[in-house]
Design a protein around this ligand. Sequence first.
Ligand code: SF4
Length: 397
Amino acid sequence: MRIESASDALGIYISVPFCRAKCSFCNFASGVSSPATIERYVAMLCGEIDAAKKAAASLGADLPGSVGTVYFGGGTPSLLAPSQLREIFAALRRNFEVAGDAEITLESAPGQIADELLAEAMRLGVNRVSLGVQSFVDRESAAVGRLHTERECVREILRLRAAGLPEVGADLIAGLPYQTEESFAHSLEVASGVGLTHLSVYMLEVDEDSRLGREVLAGGQRFHAHGVPQEEIAATLYEQACAMLPQQGFAQYEISNFAAEEHQSRHNKKYWQRAPYMGFGLDAHSMLLRGVGAVRFANPEELADYRAAMPAEPTLVGVREAFEETVFLGLRMTEGISMQQLRSEFAEELVAPYEEAVRELVDEGLMLAEEDRWRLTLRGRLVSNEVFGHLLERLPG
Ligand code: SF4
């Protein structure tokens, strides 16, 4: 089964689900909380990190000895106080061996990383900041409740680079209210010319889990829902990013991610390559090796449940699930998956039906099958869920 060996470095995700304000499109488990709540949360988080080895052992899972990546996501983890960040790092370092060259990422929003916190974060080993910019167009940012302007975003990126951070990335969203091809081109131009090392471009998710999504689905006017472009326009914007960013030195290496090879996110690649990772905090997910298979588990999405320490039931990853994950996660990467590797790890009765389905998808222009690799085409990336659905149908029952 293609999961990296137990000796491979672990990826650690730390969830910090607190924000200064809730953006209308946000469907993450995050919100605005009091300083007392945040303080209590940090204590619980550290307790969970201290109990990690016991938790892994109780599931019969292997916990790699060293940690290769740490990712503080949220929420807006840069809103932590320096003392809180220190506490979390102390918990990490007394329980894990964090490699000297570990990639350590802190998510932030422009204007929401104070000088003192930045200095402390870098002293503790943070070498990568990922900024939730979403748009460099003020009208679009304001429409979804972002608290920054283009000028502030640019100033923030220059400040982080000047502070000596080797890696500074930003997220953009295609499909925000009032966005047009022209305005999105502006965001892409600024993003690719301001000194960032990594860019992520996501399509706006219209679902029941965000205020904006619910309003769009209901056909309403609140939260600028009437300004959300049609899905086809959002798809065109995404294609625009796929065409333009590689010309500016940001090669596309995953459906939503763009960077030169040396700046790719080592942490996120662990997810797509099925390397072991462990998540701590609200709604954090984990996958650890267990014998020849693996086990997945996740923390609750609600703060009250997390406080009550209610862990979800672990899911065992069998051979069939491992095969599906290898194909679907691998296809997210631009390099795709190696047929030879797939064959060396999985039985022919799993691989063969997929080969037939892939040939059909190649004929439809959604996939490429060449030089031993399966890959999605640009059109395939746009409708990846349908492609994965088509492949799933072929899996023997
Ligand atoms: S998008 Fe980011 S900053 Fe906005 S509410 Fe969600 S987690 Fe917080």
